[in-house]
Design a protein around this ligand. Structure first.
Ligand code: PLP
Length: 331
């Protein structure tokens, strides 16, 4: 394949089948780490930039400023590098070091906030306020505001959803993480648009409050909504049929198991989605097709999820997860 720009490599990511023991369901993981910025967020970064250019709110040589834990910022940094924009990411104090290094490698500038927070708390509100304050001072700046920007959600309709429809034709159940809600709601809208009837399942970290609850801290990065942040306005609850909460233990021990047993190295939110999806699918009778969206790759979390000392120090090792996965999966 010959392409003119890295932008042409965004989308068309592969599906890999997960084989479940004694189960007639076909289960596929959509591996979004194969986007050039190594996450599905490249899709929405591209759409938010393209639509802002069309609306004239982003002009040549302008500055893009966004509050992001890493993946959205990586996508924005990569596309800014190609299109000649200056990019500033406002990130949490405990954002993955590898994610920050990638943003810097693409020429992005980093502003870190939330030093007063615990390592398992996120500083979403401070991050967003700082991004908006900066944009008032910097001429020709644009803040995409992924939590409120319908071009985030819109990014998935004719890309990710269309790819699934073209590849599979029918999908009975879709499982995905929910943070801004862009990917799960956008894919749901796309499946509807292309005439596919699918049950939509959203998974958030235990401690996130998108589907209610008191909330609390969690280590899963990029996904969910912490108790002190407003619920993203682009989440359309009518599009979601069922919700689940994944604990950090479920999420991270699933990631570690899949890497060691199948060579599938995925990020923490994906681990949680896979565990909750499998727990749900193994109870199903008859046959069907399920797709599990995996947001990013494990390469971005080597110093945490895949670091034995970090996992033990934070009391996150739980061998019962691996036992369940061994019982459920053909490996
Ligand atoms: C690792 C990870 N998982 C899940 C999500 C949630 O995706 P969405 O914002 O589309 O709901 C994100 C969003 O940034 C993320 O970075």
């Amino acid at each position: 394949m010959i392409v003119k720009s890295m932008i042409d490599l965004i989308g068309n990511t592969p599906l890999i089948e997960l084989k479940i023991k004694n189960c007639k369901w076909k289960v596929y993981l959509k591996l979004e780490k194969f986007n050039p910025g190594q996450s599905m967020k490249d899709r929405m970064a591209l759409n938010m930039i393209r639509q802002a250019e069309k609306k004239g709110v982003l002009i040549p040589g302008g500055t893009i400023i966004e509050s992001s834990s890493g993946n959205t910022a990586t996508g924005l940094a990569l596309i800014s590098a190609i299109k000649g924009y200056h990019f500033i990411a406002v990130v949490d104090h405990h954002a993955s070091i590898d994610k920050i290094k990638i943003i810097k490698a693409y020429g992005g500038e980093i502003i870190t906030v939330g030093n007063n927070k615990r390592p398992d708390e996120v500083a979403v509100v401070e991050r967003e306020n700082i991004a908006l304050e900066l944009s008032k001072k910097i001429p020709n700046s644009f803040v995409p505001r992924q939590h409120e920007n319908l071009d985030n959600r819109g990014a998935y309709i004719d890309t990710l959803a269309k790819e699934l429809v073209d590849e599979l034709g029918e999908i009975d159940e879709l499982y995905g993480a929910i943070g801004t809600g862009g990917s799960i709601c956008g894919t749901a809208l796309g499946l509807k648009k292309y005439g596919i009837k699918t049950k939509i399942n959203a998974i958030e970290p235990d401690g996130s409050i998108i589907f209610g609850g008191k909330g609390g801290p969690y280590y899963q990065s990029g996904t969910g909504n912490p108790p002190d942040a407003d619920i993203p306005s682009i989440i359309d609850y009518n599009l979601i049929d069922k919700n689940f909460y994944a604990t950090d233990k479920e999420a991270f021990n699933t990631c570690r198991f899949l890497a060691k047993s199948l060579g599938i190295l995925i990020g923490g939110s994906a681990g949680g989605v896979i565990f909750k999806a499998l727990e749900d699918i193994i109870k199903k009778k008859g046959k069907g097709i399920a797709v599990i969206l995996t947001c990013d790759g494990g390469e971005k979390y080597l110093d945490k999820i895949f670091d034995d000392d970090w996992m033990s120090a934070n009391n996150l090792i739980d061998t019962s997860i691996e036992k369940n996965l061994t019982k459920w999966l053909e490996v």
